[in-house]
Design a protein around this ligand. Sequence first.
Ligand code: SF4
Length: 210
Amino acid sequence: MRMSKTEFIKMTRRPTLHLMATMACNLRCSYCPVKNWLLKDPTDELLSDPNLIELFDNAKEPYYIYLGGGEPLLSPELPHLMQSYGPKRHRFTFDTNGAFNRKKLAKILDQIDSEWFGYFDISHHIDQKVPLKTIIGTCEEFRSRGINHFVKYIGRPSDMTQIDENIKTLEENEIGTWVSLYMGPDSKIGGDIISNRTLPGDYTDDEIKR
Ligand code: SF4
């Protein structure tokens, strides 16, 4: 069942663990902050690290766990971790790229009780040519299981027309969205160099006009 607003606020006030679930990813974004360490196969064992397990075993109250990566849903250790600690009221939120074949996604989710999820923050990497219909399919799979989710765009000003069109379609499908302009010194997205953009105010009004 979908989490109420009150439950959501309570969850985000818990002690938080921000974890890398795996260094494997099914995408290769040019602006990826961890691209030099990405793996093709999820052969790492980050979620069974003894220090992490000790932390969970000794927890005095349930954690709010934010899982990123890489692509956290690719971790083969994920179902076991959630089956072990979900029943102890720990709740798991994901930063996912949502770029999954729906059957593959369903197979992963089938191993996990939907009650143990916080929400899914789906980054639609349009630079990677992930089709919008794939993202909508991912959202529909979450919705069918009562799992909270929304779609996030990280774009450069020149992406805004495409982002606006996507947002319109997502909103027609009753999917929540938000947009974040990319920031970071000397950064490159899809061949465009965006430098010295470390604060929202570094973009001009014309660049972010919608
Ligand atoms: S989806 Fe995320 S982790 Fe994967 S390559 Fe892109 S930015 Fe990096």
